[in-house]
Design a protein around this ligand. Structure first.
Ligand code: ARG
Length: 463
């Protein structure tokens, strides 16, 4: 070291150390310490490979690998003095390793750069989050299946424009979210398969002249293969962007469901009661039970999607290969991952605990002329009216009922025949909401038998 104040990792050509402000803008240790376990796993794999290929002595590699475990236990035990002067997690770990094992530690960085190191660490970290999200989505789907099973034939209003449209079943509505979260899970798996390549050994950008074995380190770290292009390996963050994109779409689904829970749990709807465990009170209004978890889940999409936009903006326009801009990738992803996983867990908790109010659901389904389409379909089927005419006749009947302040089944046969003379008693069969949902047996439709088939398919798929 040329100067006591210059950086001990790269200060060879520097006469003076960095200004405090330089250090403040440059250091990432404040957040990338979250990569410690991945950094140490990567270094241990690298050390083993350096020995296997004869690049370093087996005894040195063994000392490094042991020492790295000590560093890991210090960090995990909260017993580690992180230093901003050492910039980031990579140099903090290496500096401490040197204190523990001596000069052999200096051989660890052979045939490697912080550029491939950070790319490797970050991929490993993101991969863990994808696995956690996979588990979180699976648990949420299971909770939804329990709700769907319990209420496969409970009738509720289906909405378009948040106006009563046609009756559907509670099970069908729950299963709609199973499909959405199921696709989120498939996206998680796709993203994982695509990102599971090892950047390690790409070195700074061009590869290395040492006879390294990148397949060996890739395998040791659970990657499917090494990245095929060293420039790409150190300079792209599309795996992080894909993570954020998958997270954003999933958070959007969570947000929509959360919005429904907010509406449904209101006194005006009373479709569901959220449990005490997943509600909060008001400090001034004693009667209140607020769906705060649902509201927060509804809001989390803001920061998750914000992270995606932020990182996309960081990455656009960067020339190959590594630029320090890319250090700005981590906090966005950390924050998005934390909040996505928390939202999944909170949603699973709410869904697992909530009670659907079967009577309120059915009462709401029976109001608002929800079976008007069934009536029109009946006119087509039984009286052979063209659908447009049937629509018109039904519209007149709705207007009649509305004028009387009653619902369609409350009209008399004489009322009906006043609008269209050929209507018979049989029409009343299709005006009940249960008959309405039972009749919608088309594939993917709301009939309880169809819903139960989908529940069975998903249950099989998860087992
Ligand atoms: N802390 C850096 C980052 O997060 C590590 C890579 C540094 N590489 C470099 N050439 N300065 O991106």
């Amino acid at each position: 070291m040329t100067d006591a104040t210059s950086n001990q990792m790269w200060g060879g050509r520097f006469a003076a150390g960095p200004d405090a402000i330089m250090e403040a803008i440059n250091a990432s240790i404040g957040f990338d310490k979250r990569l410690a376990a991945q950094d140490i796993a990567g270094s241990r794999a690298h050390a083993a490979m350096l020995a296997a290929t004869g690049i370093v002595k087996a005894s040195d590699a063994e000392a490094m690998r042991e020492g790295l475990l000590t560093v890991l236990s210090e960090i995990e035990g909260g017993d580690f003095a992180f230093s901003a002067a050492l910039e980031d997690i990579h140099m903090n770990v290496e500096a401490r390793l040197k204190e523990i094992v001596g000069p052999a530690a200096g051989r660890l960085h052979t045939a490697r750069s912080r550029n491939d190191q950070v790319a490797t660490d970050f991929r490993l970290w993101v991969r863990d989050q994808l696995d956690a999200a996979d588990a979180g989505l699976t648990a949420l789907i299971r909770a939804l299946l329990v709700q769907a099973e319990a209420g496969a034939d409970w009738v509720m209003p289906g909405f378009t424009h948040l106006q009563t449209a046609q009756p559907v079943t509670w099970g069908h509505h729950m299963m709609a979210y199973v499909e959405m979260f199921g696709r989120d899970r498939a996206r998680v798996r796709d993203a994982r398969a695509r990102m599971n390549e090892s950047p390690l050994g790409a070195a700074a950008l061009a590869g290395t002249s040492f006879p390294i074995d990148r397949h060996m380190t890739a395998e040791a770290l659970g990657f499917d293969r090494p990245c095929a292009n060293s420039l790409d390996a150190v300079s792209d963050r599309d795996f992080a962007l894909e993570f954020l994109s998958v997270a954003s779409i999933s958070a959007m689904h969570l947000s929509r469901f959360a919005e429904e829970l907010v509406i449904w749990s209101s006194a005006q709807f009373r479709f569901v009661a959220l449990s005490d465990r997943f509600s909060t009170g008001s400090s001034i209004m004693p009667q209140k039970k607020n769906p705060d978890a649902a509201e927060l889940i509804r809001a989390k999409i803001g920061r998750i999607f914000g992270a995606q936009v932020a990182l996309m903006t960081v990455m656009k326009g960067l020339p190959l290969a590594y630029s320090k801009d890319m250090q700005e990738d981590k906090e966005q992803v950390f924050d998005a991952a934390d909040n996505w996983l928390l939202s999944l867990a909170a949603m699973e908790g709410m869904v697992g605990d909530m009670t659907a109010n079967r009577d309120a659901l059915e009462a709401a389904a029976s109001s608002g002329f929800s079976t008007a389409t069934d009536l029109a379909d009946w006119l087509v089927r039984e009286l052979d009216l063209p659908f447009r005419e049937a629509h018109h006749v039904t519209g007149s009947l709705v207007a009649l009922a509305e004028g009387r302040g009653c619902d369609l089944p409350d009209l008399t046969l004489a009322d009906m025949q006043g609008v269209h003379g050929s209507i018979t008693e049989g029409v009343f069969d299709v005006l009940g909401v249960r008959n309405s949902v039972a009749s919608r047996t088309s594939y993917g439709g709301t009939a309880p038998e169809r819903v139960r088939e989908q529940i069975a398919r998903w249950t099989d798929l998860l087992d």
